[in-house]
Design a protein around this ligand. Sequence first.
Ligand SMILES: [Zn+2]
Ligand SMILES: [Zn+2]
Length: 145
Amino acid sequence: MALQKRGKYRYGDGQADIREEIARYSKANEYPAHHFADAVCRCGRTFRLLLDEDEGAAVRICAACSDEHPIGDSGDFLAEAELDECACPCGGERFEITVGVSLYEGSEDVRWLYLGCRCPNCGLVAVYGDWKNEFEGYQQLLARV
Ligand SMILES: [Zn+2]
Ligand SMILES: [Zn+2]
């Protein structure tokens, strides 16, 4: 598995490629991500994604059972959020979703969050949002992806 660059986009053939893209993107952002979690519903791994990057809130909706789940601590920010539905440049609106976090040095506390997606339709992998997140204890945050 490896990312392939075509034009300005990168493509991968599996969900694990999202981690590679988050790693690349986060390094350039100077807050490298080292911990990751994949979004999984009891019935599958593809979701619609609603996002407000400014507010730091994202909601995933399972493509199979329509269950709505605020990603990480997004539930705390939904009141102020204006969520937009994400779409792939190919027109696809279903994604595999992986979150990566960057931690403070020598700490378990989160400094920055990255939300990465892969479109199962065309394989495009990208970071759809990233924001400052100050959650204390990254494992609890990643458990709510
Ligand atoms: Zn489901
Ligand atoms: Zn696509």
